[in-house]
Unconditional design. Structure first.
Length: 92
């Protein structure tokens, strides 16, 4: 991670992704692991309903739920939010 990781925590993450960089931010305010990259999923099922609300009061609709990782034995459950430009790992 870079020098602005914590300084830009409230950055607008709901914009469109550009390039191939895959940034994952650890976020204690996230209730679930969330990504905007379909290619991060080993399996992905479309879902209807559910929404995401960010610190900046913007929101969006969850469009899928699935397994994120390199293999099923090393994966986490996550949600797909189309257009999210950074990935967030939920911690408690």
């Amino acid at each position: 991670m870079g020098e602005n990781d914590t300084a830009n925590r409230s950055e607008d993450c709901s914009g469109h992704r550009t390039g191939s960089n895959q940034f994952w931010f650890v976020d204690s305010g996230c209730s679930r692991h969330i990504t905007g990259g379909k290619s991060n999923f080993l399996s992905l099922a479309a879902t209807q309903g559910g929404s995401v609300v960010f610190d900046n009061e913007k929101s969006g609709i969850i469009v899928g739920i699935g397994k994120i990782g390199e293999s099923l034995s090393h994966s986490i459950d996550g949600v797909y939010f189309d257009g999210l430009k950074h990935n967030m790992l939920s911690v408690s």
